[in-house]
Write a protein that binds this ligand. Sequence first.
Ligand code: ADP
Length: 492
Amino acid sequence: MSSYILSIDQGTTSSRAIVFDEKLQIVGVAQKEIPNFFPKPGWVEMDANDIYESVIEVVKEVLIKTRVMPVEIKGIGITNQRETTIVWDRKTGKPVYNALVWQSRQSNDLCEQVIRAGHSNYIKEKTGLTVDPYFSASKIRWILDHIDDGQQRAIAGELMFGTVDSWLVYKLSNGRTHITDVSNASRTMLMDIDNLCWDKKLLDIWNIPEVMLPQIKESSTIYDYTDFLETEIPIASVIGDQQSALFGQMCFEEGQCKNTYGTGCFLLFNTGKKRVNSKNGLVSTIAWKIGDEVYYALEGSVFVAGSAIQWLRDGLKLIETAPESEERAARVPDSGGVYVVPAFTGLGAPYWDQNARGAIFGLTRGTTRSHLIRATLESLAYQTFDVIEALENDTNITVKGLQVDGGACRNNLLMQFQADILHAEIIRPVNFETTALGACMLAGLAVGAFKSQDELRMMYNVDRRFEPMISITHQSRLIQGWKKAVRATMEF
Ligand code: ADP
């Protein structure tokens, strides 16, 4: 009998189930899109039942596709969209409100109240995070304020809170187990990330009763068993999606970092067993806990990356498919002095300017469609440069190599330009399904399918390395232009 690990990757637009074999090879994938609701501008919600049901569907589908039998699955790993907040009834197990998705801004006013009350410094010190509706705390508060008797019911222990990982484990264990892992807990804005526990004062600030919170566990252990496939399978890892990608890239050691080029860019830098506080607009977060060992990371997120390529396709109609951007951009040797700053929804790390909006600079009569496409692709690399620069200032470490994944890392022109602009090596693995891979590896470690991280590391296969090919002078000149463009965008 063969043995496999099943990874569940629960995201904002879809749920995926991926079966991996003992060599970390993908045996099969199933995916299902899930509706998002936009009740008001800036609000994003999902139905928590859709989330769970889509997971069950994709798991069943991938087993049929691959003909893998449930008894051959040694463990299930869960990785998930982070921060998204679900509150449900302890007795019935039914959600009391839609899931508030990480992007949703409906708790903006609550965050402003907390900032006005002067709690920002305490929150930053305990959680490593900047007060923002992005994180779960204000979303929980918002739900309790918008259902009948929310606060009383929460105090009476009638309600349970969880991020998507907690919700899935709760449902998969038939309501027996209410847990989260440190990586997800570190995004709630309620956890003391040094002591790995819910913090009383943070709970007071947000007025959230502790009885509704899950127990915080490590990221790789058997939490419980699920029997929905008619055999008992251990649920053996839980980890937030970005941290999972860091693990899946085998960035196990301090100083290693990865960048995911998806809708946005998420750069995580492993800071080892110590927490590093950012002075440059990054957040400190927990990477994972295995046994007694906790690893920390610095994180920088760029809001608009791959979605700028979608804008070229759907908004400007300059390309028909995202991959076409590469061939189009390659028709010109450079962007011809054009800079695109895709601040469509403001600027994320390290600028944090909610009000900035996109801009194009350097247009001439000679500017062509290819220049615009190229400049848009280049903006992903420049934004990544800004995050790395902040990181280097925070850590005094020069980043010499960056491991990449996410849909847009397929673009060779972009990866070459990234190497040029960072003046660092870009390393693209063969398997860039690193998010699902991280959860698979952590589950495999928990059930003994893999012996050690060293064993895992041997299975990392590089697809391609990109080395810098332009001079430092040329690189600095390009960066100067970018900085000017960003400054002008923020001043506009
Ligand atoms: P997410 O997980 O955030 O949905 P993915 O990792 O699936 O994102 O990546 C999809 C994004 O990558 C899309 O925004 C798409 O525009 C972009 N993308 C995909 N392929 C390419 C490519 N070859 N060149 C540039 N961008 C691409």
